[in-house]
Design a protein around this ligand. Structure first.
Ligand SMILES: Nc1ncnc2c1ncn2[C@@H]1O[C@H](COP(=O)(O)OP(=O)(O)OP(=O)(O)O)[C@@H](O)[C@H]1O
Ligand SMILES: O=P(O)(O)OC[C@H]1O[C@H](OP(=O)(O)OP(=O)(O)O)[C@H](O)[C@@H]1O
Length: 212
């Protein structure tokens, strides 16, 4: 499957990053109209696009099912064991990985600074573990699949590690940022073998994206 731009297959994230990812592919001359108008179909052979959840993009690119792909830096940090090359910061999809807890809970805020074991809810186990290790604290991670903000409100955990962009979700749930862990934007990644065997094609895409 390789009839897209320069014969490359591109993994495109569905969801929050999709529209801007497709806008970028438009600038490469790819016709993304069918992708935009069909939110159930996943594979668009004629334009070399495969669509998936952002967290699956590294899997498809690592395996070579896609030559290149677009996903968030947060996903790449969480899946740091994946053998993919990160080629370019695409600038869009900016959000911040934060540690947050219930507003006004000064005892809770103080607990974050001391050395006891914190209970932390997150979708990002590795990022959270690394942050606690780096800052010399211990954490018990409770993995949830989404709506992480609920966990401290029910008393299940002391704090969360999650993404924030506008801050609305935290505010609406009475949570405040205690620590900033990392900034995330969308990145272009490549399969290492494709990067060698299709170097000219990938370099050309890279140059054209850099120019936009
Ligand atoms: N406000 C935001 N909140 C969360 N993620 C954002 C935000 N803005 C941009 N992003 C980016 O979009 C990605 C998440 O997109 P989306 O919420 O559509 O996926 P998801 O349904 O959570 O999928 P997955 O299960 O793969 O994480 C994040 O990994 C991040 O890189
Ligand atoms: O600061 P804001 O602009 O409010 O955005 C942040 C929210 O967006 C994301 O959730 P998403 O919609 O991806 O759902 P999720 O809870 O399933 O991760 C993230 O997990 C926060 O909950």
């Amino acid at each position: 499957m390789s009839r897209g731009v320069n014969g490359l297959t591109i993994a495109v994230p569905r969801g929050a990053l999709m529209t801007e990812a497709l806008d970028l592919l438009d600038t490469l001359g790819i016709d993304t109209s069918e992708v935009r108008s069909n939110d159930r179909k996943l594979l668009f052979r004629d334009v070399g696009i495969v669509t998936m959840r952002p967290s699956d993009v590294p899997t498809y690119v690592e395996s070579g099912a896609a030559d290149i792909g677009i996903t968030g830096k947060d996903v790449l940090m969480e899946q740091s064991e994946r053998e993919v090359y990160e080629l370019l910061d695409l600038g869009f999809g900016r959000c911040v990985m934060v540690l947050a807890s219930v507003a006004g809970d000064d005892a809770g805020a103080e607990a974050l600074r001391r050395l006891g074991v914190m209970r932390v809810a997150t979708k990002y186990r590795k990022i959270a573990m690394r942050h606690f290790e780096r800052t010399g604290r211990q954490a018990e991670i409770v993995e949830v699949k989404g709506s992480v903000e609920l966990a401290p409100l029910t008393g299940m955990v002391d704090t969360i590690v999650d993404l924030t962009a506008t801050g609305t979700t935290l505010r609406e749930n009475g949570l405040v940022v205690r620590e900033e862990i990392a900034v995330s934007t969308a990145r272009l990644i490549a399969n290492p073998v494709a990067h060698k065997l299709k170097a000219a094609a990938i370099d050309d895409v890279l140059e054209r994206l850099r120019a936009t």
